[in-house]
Design a protein around this ligand. Sequence first.
Ligand SMILES: O=C(O)c1cccc(C(=O)CC[C@H]2O[C@@H](n3cnc4c(=O)[nH]cnc43)[C@H](O)[C@@H]2O)c1
Length: 230
Amino acid sequence: MSLLGFARVLVVTAVEAERAAVAGGLGAATAVTTAAVGVGPAAAAAGTARLLTRAECAGEPFDAVLCAGIGGGFAPLAAVGGLVIADVSIAADLGAEDHDAFVDVEALGFGRSRHPADRRLLDGLRAALPDAVVAPVLTVSTATGSAARTAALAARVPGAGAEAMEGFGVAAAAEGVAFAELRAISNPVGPRDRAAWRIPDALARLRTAFAALAAFPAPPGPAEPPAPAA
Ligand SMILES: O=C(O)c1cccc(C(=O)CC[C@H]2O[C@@H](n3cnc4c(=O)[nH]cnc43)[C@H](O)[C@@H]2O)c1
């Protein structure tokens, strides 16, 4: 059985609690592979590349990769307990400082810091999760914990919805395969207050999101070629 019309889907999370929430939501009905590959963009890229390569060598390549998990939400766009679908996953701290300014890798003249979501996957996620906010999701190597950095990131990416630590790495590994990122918001991005993180609520939201994805009907496939005339 497919997910959103994709036949073989890999869902990558950082930690096992996120993977278990995803798998719990999917239930037994859907042939989707879930894997926890570690925290941060490097672990995410390495783990995703390994899984994609293994599947391809086995003659069963994935046709879609979803990065999923909990994340920090930028107020007022993304509230704790809500969902953010990334229309683009951005490596928000990949670049150079020029005194008080940040220069991204595009401006430096090498590499890229943005991976847009696959259009078909994004459309499917939007349709199946109509309450989700659709906005850029930032990938960072250091979770934000101050008002100054929150303001700097919001200025760097106006309209940012969420911050997490893996999306850009997963996307980089999945180049050439349909990719998207989905985050359930566990905490506001802002001055660090670990006691305010609502991880169980976010994991529960992740689980219901994947139950909704599994239950969503696949979009109609390409038109069948007309039957030859008798
Ligand atoms: O402590 C637990 O029980 C627990 C259960 C599930 C997940 C966690 C994590 O800490 C996951 C780390 C993961 O979460 C993302 N994340 C969440 N909030 C933020 C944030 O404000 N800034 C950056 N990343 C965030 C991130 O992708 C981490 O990999 C703990």
